[in-house]
Write a protein that binds this ligand. Structure first.
Ligand SMILES: Cc1cc2nc3c(=O)[nH]c(=O)nc-3n(C[C@H](O)[C@H](O)[C@H](O)COP(=O)(O)OP(=O)(O)OC[C@H]3O[C@@H](n4cnc5c(N)ncnc54)[C@H](O)[C@@H]3O)c2cc1C
Length: 300
């Protein structure tokens, strides 16, 4: 408790790891704590990350931690259970009971996807069931695909999937909640609409074979995409007084500052474009902002 770190980073995904790397290279003292549950843990490979295309998510974490060790970053493999401002610094309490004080605090805690509650879906999540065509559309190219969910967002997702496959069906798992105009647009673009309730997903080894409906019918599909939203993985931002967008992202300025003095946020927790590469870039940007703020204090 006697050590006063320049920065404590909560969350060791791409955002937190990259922030730690840049701060350590600025000769800042950094403690990073990570509960080890990255959003994409279920994924069979991370795509669209230059020089690391296809790497397993936990392998990327491992590589990042190895790089940080060379710079002496203190890494704790545990969750931060609370954090509060105490005078001019922050006090963060770790799961093990350890307490750490820091001049600044960076939250890189990510989000959790709301996976649709359909029997069997977890077995396929990350292998055949995805939320992001930019991340996994290429692997599903020219395959029989489905967009899953009700309303306009799911219809938009179905139309977007046509960039990757001509065989796309919209499964609304209940009333479609679409206007006549939206139904006609789907029809014009050759996207069938199925409103029957889904009983379960079937396949083996994470490879989807077919969708079984409650009425006994089945539909052969290789991949399903959904966009049913997400929630913050951690409550720390709310507890520290951060403000949120209407979509539940932590509000931050262009240098990742939250508006709470000394508190920064990076990665999926605060952004709409949610790629590992973007999260890492935000981590770097937060690190620069933190280093500059500390330099400013030191010059005063
Ligand atoms: C199935 C799937 C596939 C994806 N595929 C791709 C892809 O191919 N390409 C791509 O660019 N993006 C992909 N993504 C998105 C990508 O996972 C995210 O954009 C990226 O992980 C965001 O990084 P982050 O550092 O913000 O958060 P995360 O990677 O989620 O890391 C946050 C970390 O903070 C930790 N944490 C949270 N709260 C606490 C706490 N209180 N104390 C300590 N630690 C805490 C978590 O355990 C986690 O380890 C995919 C996502 C999913 C769900």
């Amino acid at each position: 408790m006697s050590v006063l770190y320049d920065t404590v980073i909560v969350g060791g995904g791409p955002a937190g790891l990259n922030a730690a790397l840049v701060l350590a290279r600025c000769r800042r003292t950094v403690l990073l704590c990570d509960a080890g549950r990255p959003r994409n843990a279920a994924s069979g490979g991370l795509h669209g990350f230059l020089t690391r295309d296809g790497v397993l998510p936990l392998e990327l974490t491992h590589l990042g931690r190895e790089e940080l060790r060379r710079y002496g970053v203190e890494i704790h493999r545990e969750a931060a259970v609370s954090a509060a401002r105490c005078g001019s610094c922050f006090e963060t309490v770790l799961e093990s009971g350890g307490r750490c004080r820091s001049r600044t605090l960076l939250l890189a805690t990510g989000v959790v996807d709301r996976v649709p509650p359909i029997p069997g879906i977890e077995e396929f999540y990350g292998r055949s069931v995805f939320h992001c065509p930019y991340c996994d559309g290429w692997e599903m190219r020219d395959q029989p695909l489905a967009a899953l969910g009700p309303g306009k967002p799911a219809a938009g997702l179905a139309l977007s999937l046509l960039s990757w496959s001509r065989d796309v069906v919209l499964l609304t798992h209940g009333p479609a909640r679409l206007s006549q105009e939206e139904r006609e647009r789907l029809k014009r673009r050759g996207v069938p609409l199925r409103e029957e309730r889904i009983a379960r997903l079937e396949g083996a080894g994470g490879v989807l074979g077919r969708v079984a409906f409650k009425n006994g019918e089945t539909l052969a599909r290789r991949g399903i995409f959904f966009n049913t939203g997400q929630v913050q993985r951690s409550q720390l931002a709310a507890a520290l007084g951060c403000r949120f967008t209407h979509r539940g992202a932590v509000r931050a300025d262009r240098m990742q500052a939250t508006g709470v003095t000394g508190l920064y946020v990076a990665g999926d927790a605060c952004r709409d474009v949610q790629f590992a590469m973007v999260a890492a870039a935000e981590g770097a940007r937060a690190a620069v902002a933190i280093h500059r703020a500390l330099q400013h204090q030191e010059r005063a």
